[in-house]
Structure formats: C-alpha cells, structure tokens
Design a protein around this ligand. Structure first.
Ligand code: SF4
Length: 117
C-alpha cells in the first residue's frame, strides 16, 4: 500500500500522473507485451528505445515497456506471476517505478516486460 507519509506534493503529482497512465491503459492503448525481456539483449533493446523518448512521452513509455494493469503470467503457475510489487525497481511506499528509463508512478498489480526479481 502506498504510504501517506510520502511528501504531499510528490504524492499529489504521482497520484495525478498514475491516473493519466491508468486511463490510457484502460482506454485501449496497445502496449508491446512480448517478447519479454528475459536476456541481456532483449533488455538492452527495450531500454535503448526508451532512452530515445522525451521524459514526458508517457504513452510511448507505456507502449515500449509493455505495460499492463494486471500481473503478467504466461503460465498457469501463480509463482510465475510478474507484478510491480515483486519487481526490484518498485518503491513500495511511493508505489513508483524507479527504473531510470521509466520513473513512473505505478500500482502494485501492474506489470511491464522489464520486470526483474
Ligand atoms: S520495471 Fe518493474 S516496477 Fe517498473 S513498471 Fe516494470 S514491472 Fe513495474
């Protein structure tokens, strides 16, 4: 759960942008779910594309990183579930992705193909 103690201004800004991102995802924005970034080359390919984007090009960040508003799981095994809350880049108290090429407010049950444990 996001922490209310996070500085108010930062929280408000994050909350507003999170809503914008969520609306884009829920209103038909097609993101690149696959291929997932399971090896170094795949990670580099996605990261280098993200690095070409302006900081506020949010829709393209969502598209290139393959965001979803539900955990990604390509198998029936719940242990294979990829969600922001289990990703090394997720800041729990801020509900924020600190991957340098993203730096976006997210939700714990969102996901992207740069997920790392
Ligand atoms: S890198 Fe991790 S925390 Fe960031 S959006 Fe992707 S899955 Fe979520």
């Amino acid at each position: 759960m996001c922490d209310d103690k996070v500085v108010d201004l930062e929280k408000t800004t994050d909350d507003k942008l999170r809503l914008v991102l969520e609306n884009a995802l829920n209103n038909g924005l097609k993101t690149e779910l696959e291929p997932r970034a399971y090896d170094h080359k795949q990670v580099l390919d996605i990261v280098s594309r993200l690095q070409t984007l302006a900081k506020e090009d949010y829709n393209k960040k969502l598209v290139f990183a393959g965001f979803t508003t539900t955990p990604y799981n390509s198998s029936a095994d719940v242990d294979d579930e990829q969600a922001c809350e289990t990703c090394m880049y997720y800041l729990v108290h801020r509900c924020f992705c600190e991957l340098p090429e993203l730096m976006l407010p997210v939700k714990e049950d969102w996901s992207c193909r740069l997920w790392r444990i």
